[in-house]
Design a protein around this ligand. Structure first.
Ligand code: MUC
Length: 98
């Protein structure tokens, strides 16, 4: 299943910088591991914001939920999820669309 995920990060300014840097490093490692596994298929920075638009390709909404909750920055994120399905006018087949 494909999901469009909009993540906005809001880290309180008074958090310890070393702790925040460690969270960001752990977040990057996990994000890149999930990208290598083919579960986090796209990630784009939203220009001018500490936010991203991502596409996830996972087995279920439950898997996506667990994965998002496991992100080190999850406590500081606002997340909007939109489930996607094949558009009837798409010239790509379902496999190519991923
Ligand atoms: O930077 C972000 O948009 C938040 C988060 C998502 C991946 C990552 O490395 O950090």
């Amino acid at each position: 299943m494909l999901f469009h995920v909009h993540m906005t990060v809001n880290i309180p300014l008074d958090l310890d910088k070393i702790y925040v840097d460690e969270l960001k490093a752990r977040e990057k490692n996990l994000s890149q591991e999930l990208q290598r596994q083919g579960k986090w298929t796209h990630i784009w920075r939203i220009a001018g914001k500490y936010a991203n638009i991502s596409i996830f390709n996972v087995a279920s909404a439950g898997e996506l939920h667990d994965l998002l909750l496991s992100l080190p920055l999850f406590p500081f994120m606002e997340i909007e999820v939109t489930a996607l399905c094949q558009h009837g006018s798409s010239v790509k087949n379902e496999e190519e669309a991923h």
